[in-house]
Design a protein around this ligand. Sequence first.
Ligand code: BMA
Length: 331
Amino acid sequence: MSVKIFGQQSLPNIPWQDKPEGCKDVVWRYTENPVIPRDLIPSSNSIFNSAVVPFEGKFAGVFRCDDRSRNMVIHAGFSDDAINWNINHDPIKWINEDGDIAEENAFCYAYDPRVVFIEDRYYITWCNGYKWRPTIGVGYTFDFKTFYQLENAFLPFNRNGVLFPRKINNKYVMLSRPSDSGHTPFGDIYLSQSPDMKYWGEHRHVMAPKMGWEATKIGAGPIPIETSEGWLMIYHGVLNSCNGFVYSFSAAILDIDKPWKVKYRCKNYILSPQKDYECIGDVPNVAFPCAALVDADTGRLAIYYGCADTVTGLAFAQIDELVDYIKKNSD
Ligand code: BMA
C-alpha cells in the first residue's frame, strides 16, 4: 500500500466484498444491503445511523433504534462477523461515574451515535436531547454492558460530535456541527479541544459547505482515520432539492497535527442515495455514515451508513484508492 494507516489494528475478519467487475466507483455497496433491517428487534421502527467497532476479537456497536412510539433511543449490540448483529432489546441505561443513574444530563432522546476506542475504553458520542434541545452527549464503556455518562460537551444546539481516535497535541479533539433546534438549513464542521473530555475549547473552523451535493450543510461521519497523508475524514453533505434534503457522503484529508487545516477535499460525493433502500423509507434520499472499520494490513474499509432513516447499509472502499481519488478530485 502506498498510504500507511496508523493507530488501527489488523482486522482480518473485516466484512468484505471485492469491487464488482466493471464498477468505476471508489465506494461500492454490500450486495446483501441493508445489513441491518428496520425490525431486527421487537421494539424498533427503524435501525440506522449506527456505530460499530472491533471488540474482543469480534465486534460491538451502538445502534440508533427509533422505537414504535418514535422515541429516538440507542442500544448496544454484538456480532461475530460485523454483518449479523444481535442488538439488545433494551436501550442503553447510562449511569454516572459514582454509580447513580445519570441525572445531571438526564436526556429525553439520543441519536446518531459514534464509538471510538481511546487509550483504555470505548467513548461514545451522540446527539443528546438535553431539555429537548440537541447537543453532544459523551460517555464511555469498557465492556458494552455498563455505560458511564459524562457531561455534555457543548451547549445546545449541536449535532454530529465525532472524536478523533487519539489525543493530538496532548488534547482530546472533537468535530461537531453547531446547528439549530429544527432541521437545520445551514452547518459547518468545527473542531474543539479538551484536556480532560469535560471542558471543551480552543474551537476552530474546519470547513463550510461548498459543492452542490453538500451546499446546505455538512457534518463529520465516522471516526477520522490516521494515514500517512493526514486524517481521512468521511463526512455527509446535504443538498436542498425542491423535494427536500438529499444526504450524500464524501471525504477530506486533514492535517495530522493541526486537523482544522484541510489538505484535500473531494469535490464529488463518493456515495449518494441511489438504491431503493436509500431512496425509500421514513426519510427518503438519505445516506448517513456513522462508522468505518479498517484493516491496517490490507487498507480495506467497511463503511456503515444509515439509509433513508430506516435501515443500515454497508459499503466498501480501499484506503489507497480512496485517498488517491480525494487528491485527484480535490479543488
Ligand atoms: C439529520 C439527523 C439524522 C438524519 C438526517 C436525515 O438532521 O437527524 O439523524 O438521518 O437528519 O433525516
